[in-house]
Ligand binder design. Sequence first.
Ligand code: FES
Length: 64
Amino acid sequence: MFVCLCNGISDKKLRQAVRQFSPHSFQQLKKFIPVGNQCGKCARAAREIMEDELMQMPEFKETA
Ligand code: FES
């Protein structure tokens, strides 16, 4: 499923980037992958996917 149509970024690609870079914020994620940098309509969905993926990472689970 495409999350960001402007940049052709799928949820799979987004989750991959989150796992690879472990961003501390959505702003930081945007430095690694060009999501939400054009029309911005995908920002909310992309942030939710980022947070969901971070919660599934072992180092975040332990502190939650
Ligand atoms: S859909 Fe992502 S910036 Fe437009």
